[in-house]
Design a protein around this ligand. Structure first.
Ligand code: GCW
Length: 699
């Protein structure tokens, strides 16, 4: 009996200790250092606020929850501060403060901590900043922080469908329970709102851009209203992705032509109706005339005609229209790289001021490494927003450890030279270069119904990094990784350092064993997982792999310098100079722009073929190092999380090998060269590797 009781106690205690990751980075576990706890407690004995605004209420709740967890002591909540040692929350509308309306000041004054903002949501952001300080072990005795977001709209784009699936979702099914709404509010909606607010994310489009008109029916608007009501106190506005054909499918009209008066009327009324449910509705997100979706071109109209029609409907309200630039025709002779630019360039200056054109970071499609999209810097009269992909469609989905902050930063820091040196992509999208009032950074969400939200425990860091960079793109990937690690995994300095190091290396490692030297788009057809560089036929030529890598007996890569495609000319002369010659082009982008002979000597001293092989092999080797590094932090990591990551690293190793073997064996058929020594040739044949990929296509 006693034996069983003992066993039971063990089971209970491990259940309590195990961390399923559901709390994300808002863990609020008791700080282990008693002295430190005491120091924090001294400064956080009470919270003073006389506001009854829902956002201030949730700010206070967060402080209560956070401090109780971290310090073991719940602060008193009072209306006004009568003594020192507390946190004062103040909203000062129209204050002369230099911070933006949703920015905040966080400072110590007369023995208290003051969090002040022009708005309630600014106070909430300040509260999260203070909690982050405590969670990451920073001092709070002398605070003097003024923080304003660099981008106004910091947004998640969900590709969630009405039937509960998620397009390119790798963490279970949709987190939105449409079948339960509006009657049951899943507590995860609140957890989601808190997580986003903790980063400053202030907008979310709740459904897939391959949109169903269902989301505009009364039935769904009621459901969306319920979600909007939950998110509102956390400062998050709801957007809906709309299907351009809705006036026909839903309204029974004969056309969805944006210049048709009946169609315009339909959208005006629909927009009015949405505002009856959601008065502060964020607006519409539209994928039109892209990958089979309907759009204005179906009626001989332009993207601007379509977007402006919706902007007109939105005119009486604060909402906006976000129109995606991800469009490309299936022209076997063309170059997909140039499509978005070509279709939108004539429209620069024609969009309504309420329209933001949302551009993917690169010209193709969220490849693991792309040069920045040539539209950035080339559309002075259009507000361009950034679209990053947080969900790892091409980046290892939920089995590879790939920390994306360095990739996001590489794009944001890229110099467009649009208005001389230093006109970075970040300075285009924050609106400062061209004086735009609106600004947007969107990330395709990686959230799902998995207990830990994101599948791979480390994928949470990509949601985190996206949000932090949308608030402040000057933060370094290292700083963000360290912060996230301390909040999520461990605060032991040595382990924090090791994990940060793993994270920073992870994207280059992934690129090395999948797409080295500027190769792209060689993934398995449809599911986009694993290698398929031999993919020759698909529904469209620009969905094959050979369209992109152009391997032949001479060499590898897509010549975009003018002979085959003149895509390079879309960039400013300075960028053209940088990337335009074989020898000067950074190796990371080399094969994006050049068809390089196999034996051409690169700046590394190796031939293209040798360098390619070395990178594939090195990538695989580095995954081994990630495994060793992870083992070395074992004692500081929750067991469930440790084992979870360990298992996924094993998968990653197997699949890195799969990529390596597939690519070196396949390209070897063109180069006719041997794997350079001392690298050891794969032990399997190309046919054997191809079989692995075929399995994915079996029915
Ligand atoms: O990356 C591609 C994806 C599609 C996606 C599309 C887009 C939502 O494979 O699944 O569709 O991009 O961004 O519209």
């Amino acid at each position: 009996m006693i034996k069983y009781l003992f066993l039971f106690l063990i089971l209970v205690s491990t259940a309590v200790l195990a961390d399923d990751g559901s709390r994300l980075w808002l863990k609020y576990d008791l700080l282990s250092d008693g002295q430190q706890r005491e120091a924090y407690t001294k400064m956080t004995q009470f919270v003073a606020s006389n506001s009854s605004h829902p956002t201030v209420k949730v700010s206070i709740q967060e402080l209560e929850m956070g401090l109780k967890g971290l310090l073991g002591k719940t602060p008193l909540v009072v209306k006004t501060a009568t003594k020192t040692g507390g946190i004062i929350l103040t909203v000062v509308p129209n204050s002369p403060s230099t911070t933006a309306s949703d920015g905040f000041d966080l400072f110590t004054e007369k023995g208290n901590i003051v969090i002040s903002s022009q708005s309630e949501v600014g106070v909430l952001y300040g509260v999260f900043e203070l909690l982050r300080h405590i969670q990451t072990g920073k001092t709070i005795t002398k605070l003097s922080i003024s923080s304003s977001p660099k981008i106004k709209l910091r947004m998640l784009n969900h590709w969630d469908n009405a039937n509960g699936t998620v397009e390119r979702g790798y963490a279970g099914s949709s987190m939105w329970k449409w079948n339960e709404l509006p009657f049951r509010i899943d507590p995860r909606y609140i957890a989601y709102a808190r997580a986003n607010a903790s980063l400053g994310i202030n907008a979310t489009s709740i459904n897939n851009v391959n949109a169903s008109s269902r989301f505009l029916t009364d039935e769904y608007l009621e459901k969306i209203k319920a979600v909007a009501d939950v998110l509102r106190p956390y400062g998050i506005k709801v957007f809906i992705s709309v299907n351009f054909r809705s006036p026909r499918t839903l309204g029974g009209l004969k056309t969805s032509d944006p210049l048709d008066p009946e169609v315009r009327k339909w959208w005006n009324e629909k927009t009015k109706e949405i505002h009856r449910y959601i008065p502060d509705f964020g607006g519409y997100l539209v994928k039109a005339n892209s990958e089979g979706e309907p759009g204005p071109q179906d009626y001989g109209r332009t993207h601007a005609d379509g977007a402006n029609m919706l902007a007109e409907a939105m005119r009486p309200y604060s909402g906006i229209v976000i129109w995606r630039a991800f469009v490309y025709n299936a022209d076997p002779k063309g170059d997909r790289f140039k499509e978005g630019y070509a279709q939108f360039k004539p429209l620069d200056g024609m969009f309504d001021p309420k329209v933001i054109v949302q551009v993917k970071n690169g010209p193709i499609d969220f490849m693991p490494r792309e040069p920045f999209h040539p539209m950035f810097g080339a559309f002075p009269k259009t507000t361009l927003g950034m679209e990053f992909q947080i969900t790892q469609e091409y980046l290892g989905q939920s089995t590879h450890l790939t920390y994306l902050a360095p990739m996001f930063k590489e794009c944001l820091d890229s110099d467009t030279y649009a208005q001389g040196k230093g006109t970075t992509v970040a300075k285009i999208i924050d609106g400062s270069t061209e004086n735009h009032t609106l600004s947007l950074m969107a990330g395709v969400a990686n959230t799902g119904s998995d207990a830990n939200w994101c599948g791979h425990p480390f994928n949470q860091s990509n949601w985190y990094a996206f949000g932090r960079l949308a608030w402040d793109y000057t933060l370094s990937p290292e700083q963000i990784a360290e912060e996230w690690t301390r909040m999520t995994l461990t605060r032991k300095p040595q382990s924090v350092q090791k994990i940060t190091d793993m994270m920073l290396k992870s994207h280059p490692i992934y690129v090395s064993y999948t797409y080295p030297l500027g190769t792209s788009h060689m993934m398995g057809e449809g599911h986009h997982y694993g290698p398929e560089p031999w993919l020759t036929k698909a529904a469209r030529p620009d969905w094959t792999s050979i369209y992109y890598h152009r391997a032949d007996s001479i060499g590898l890569g897509f010549d975009r310098t003018g002979k085959v495609s003149n895509a390079l000319q879309l960039y400013s002369p300075e960028v053209q100079q940088l990337w335009g010659s074989h020898d000067k082009c950074p190796l990371d982008y080399l094969l994006w722009f050049h068809h390089v002979p196999w034996s051409h000597k690169l700046s590394t001293g190796r031939s293209l073929w040798d360098e390619l092989c070395h990178r594939y092999y090195d990538g695989v080797g580095q995954v081994g190092k990630l495994q060793t590094a992870w083992e070395s932090v074992k004692s500081d990591i929750d067991t469930e999380t440790f084992e979870n990551v360990k298992g996924r690293l094993k998968i990653q190793e197997r699949e890195a090998l799969w990529w390596r073997d597939a690519c070196v064996l396949y390209f070897g058929e063109f180069s006719k060269l041997l794997i350079p020594k001392p690298l050891v040739p794969p032990t399997r044949t190309l046919d054997e590797v191809k079989k692995l990929t075929e399995i994915y296509h079996l029915r």
